[in-house]
Design a protein around this ligand. Structure first.
Ligand code: 5AD
Ligand code: SF4
Length: 464
C-alpha cells in the first residue's frame, strides 16, 4: 500500500550510548497484536529501549491498534488526544516524547492518522515491524514517517528473537504466529485489507521459535493466525504439511506440554487436523471455530462459503474425534438484511452446538468492505436487542459448562501467583483460570486438581 515520508531528508541519529530510553506499548484487539507488541518490544530492546508499564516514564509511546470494529479505532483516537496533551506538557520541560501508531488502524488509515492527530510521529503497519528501528532513527532526525507498504522481505527473518530472560519473564504460556493474513474475504471483515493476503511461516522458523520458547520454560504455546488452520508448508522431509502435521511436530519438543491454535475457519478443518485432536494429548480440547450466523441466507451474504448444516456436521466429526472438546465461537448480529427469522436461526444453532464460550458482536460497517455497501442495514435498536438475547443464551451455556466441572479432576498448568496471598492461578485445558493453594505446585508445573467450586469465569480447586 502506501509508504512515504512526510518531512525532511533522512538523517540517522543513533541512541546516545548509556541513555536507556523507555517505551510504553499499549495493545488493542486480538492475540496477534499481543504477539506483535512483544516482537516490536524485542526489536526496540536491540536499539536500547527498555519497556515500561508507566506511560509517564516513556520516551516513546506505541499504540498497537485494532480496526476490527468501529469502537476500536475511536478508542485509539481518544487515547491519542490524551497522549498529545502529555507530549505538549513534556515539550515545556524540554524532554521529548515520540508517539507511534502501529497495527491495523495504522495500516488502514495510514497518513490520515497524522492529519487527524498531528502529534503522531510515526505510523507503521503490521507487515513492516522489522523496519521499526530504522523508522525510529528517521523520526529522531525530525521526520514524520508513514510506513504501511506490504514488505517483500520476510519480517520474521528480520525481527530479533527475544532474550531467554525476557521470554521467562513473560510467563509459561506464549503466543507464536504461524500464519498471517486472509484470502477468504468475508464481506464484513477488514482483515484481508489490514493484514494482507495469507502467508504461512516456514516449518523450520516455527520449530526454532517454539524450541526457544520451550528452553526458556514455556509449557503452553498457542499458534496464531487470522486463518490459522489454513497454515501449510513444506515438511521437514519434503512433502506438504498442514496444521495437523505441524502440531504433531511441535508436540515432540521437550518441555512443550500443551498446544492450542486460533483462529480457525470451518472450511479449513481438514481430516489431519481433526485426527490431531484425537491423537495428540498435548493438543488442548478447546476449539475456537467462529460461525458468525446460523442462517444460510446470511452466511451466503457474508461470503462464508459454508452452510449452518456444514458447520454442525463438522462439529459432530470433531466431537467424535475428541469427546471432551469445548467449542467456542464468534457471532455477529445485525448483518445487513438479517431478519428476525435469520436471527432465530442463529439462536437455534447456538442451542444446537452448546458453546463453552462465545463472543458476540453487533455488526459494524467497515469502510471498504462489501458489507458496508449492502442494502438493508439493521437499526441499532434491533442490533442491541438481538445482542442481548444472544448474550443471555451464550452466558447461560458458559455458566452451565463451568458448573459441570465441579467435582471433576482436571489437569492445570500453574501460571502465576494469585491475587490473594496463599494462592496461585493455573489454567484449565478449557482456558478457565483455576485458583489453587500456593503449595499445590510451582509455576510451570502441570498438576491434577479437583474442582471444588466455581466463580463467574473461574474454578477453585484442591490437589487431587
Ligand atoms: N462487525 C462486527 N463484528 C466483526 N467481526 C469481524 N468483523 C466485524 C464487523 N465488521 C467479528 C467476527 C470475527 C471477530 C474477530 O470479530 O465475529 O470472528
Ligand atoms: Fe483487530 Fe483483526 Fe487487526 Fe487483530 S487482525 S488487531 S482483530 S483488525
Amino acid at each position: 500500500m502506501e509508504s512515504h515520508d512526510i518531512g525532511t531528508a533522512p538523517e540517522h541519529q543513533p541512541v546516545p550510548a548509556g541513555a536507556a530510553k523507555k517505551v510504553f506499548v499499549k495493545t488493542y484487539g486480538c492475540q496477534m497484536n499481543v504477539y506483535d507488541s512483544q516482537r516490536m518490544t524485542d526489536a526496540l530492546a536491540a536499539e536500547g529501549y527498555v519497556a515500561t508499564d508507566a506511560v509517564e516514564d516513556a520516551d516513546l509511546v506505541l499504540l498497537n491498534t485494532c480496526h476490527i470494529r468501529e469502537k476500536a479505532a475511536e478508542k485509539v483516537y481518544s487515547e491519542l488526544g490524551r497522549i498529545r496533551d502529555m507530549k505538549a506538557e513534556r515539550a515545556e520541560t524540554g524532554r521529548e516524547l515520540l508517539i507511534g501508531v502501529a497495527g491495523c488502524v495504522a495500516q488502514a488509515e495510514g497518513a490520515e492518522i497524522i492529519r487527524r492527530a498531528p502529534a503522531v510521529d510515526l505510523v507503521i503497519g503490521p507487515q513492516t515491524y522489522h523496519r521499526l528501528p530504522d523508522v525510529l532513527a528517521r523520526v529522531r532526525g525530525g521526520q514524520k514517517i508513514v510506513e504501511t507498504d506490504y514488505a517483500i522481505e520476510d519480517k520474521f527473518e528480520h525481527l530479533p528473537q527475544p532474550k531467554r530472560a525476557e521470554v521467562a519473564k513473560r510467563g509459561v504460556t506464549a503466543f507464536l504466529t504461524v500464519q498471517e493474513g486472509c484470502d477468504k474475504f468475508c464481506t464484513f471483515c477488514v482483515v484481508p485489507y489490514t493484514r494482507g493476503s495469507e502467508v504461512s511461516r516456514p516449518v523450520a522458523q516455527i520449530v526454532a521459535e517454539a524450541e526457544r520458547l520451550a528452553e526458556a520454560g514455556v509449557r503452553e504455546v498457542t499458534l496464531l493466525g487470522q486463518n490459522v488452520n489454513a497454515w501449510h508448508g513444506e515438511g521437514e522431509n519434503g512433502g506438504e504439511w498442514g496444521l495437523g502435521r505441524l502440531l504433531l511436530r511441535l508436540a515432540k519438543i521437550p518441555g512443550l506440554a500443551r498446544l492450542r491454535y486460533t483462529t480457525s475457519h470451518p472450511r479449513d478443518m481438514d481430516d489431519e487436523l481433526i485426527a490431531a485432536h484425537r491423537d495428540l494429548p498435548a493438543l488442548m480440547p478447546y476449539l475456537h471455530l467462529p460461525v458468525q450466523s446460523g442462517s444460510d441466507r446470511i452466511l451466503k451474504a457474508m461470503n462464508r462459503r459454508h452452510t449452518a448444516r456444514d458447520y454442525l456436521t463438522l462439529i459432530d466429526r470433531i466431537r467424535a474425534a475428541r469427546g471432551d472438546i469445548a467449542m467456542s465461537g464468534d457471532f455477529i448480529v445485525g448483518f445487513p438484511g438479517e431478519t428476525d427469522a435469520d436471527f432465530e436461526a442463529t439462536l437455534k444453532l447456538v442451542r444446537n452446538v452448546s458453546y463453552a464460550s462465545a463472543f458476540t458482536f453487533k455488526y459494524s460497517p467497515r469502510p471498504g468492505t462489501p458489507g458496508a455497501e449492502m442494502d438493508g442495514h439493521v437499526s441499532e435498536a434491533v442490533k442491541d436487542e438481538r445482542l442481548q438475547r444472544l448474550q443471555a443464551l451464550v452466558n447461560e451455556q458458559q455458566q452451565g459448562f463451568i458448573a459441570g466441572m465441579v467435582g471433576r479432576t482436571i489437569s492445570t498448568l500453574i501460571e502465576k501467583p494469585g491475587r490473594r496471598p496463599g494462592q496461585k492461578v493455573g489454567r484449565s485445558p478449557w482456558l478457565q483460570p483455576v485458583i489453587v493453594d500456593d503449595k499445590a505446585g510451582g509455576i510451570g508445573d502441570i498438576i491434577d486438581v479437583r474442582i471444588t467450586k466455581t466463580g463467574p469465569n473461574s474454578l477453585f480447586a484442591e490437589l487431587a
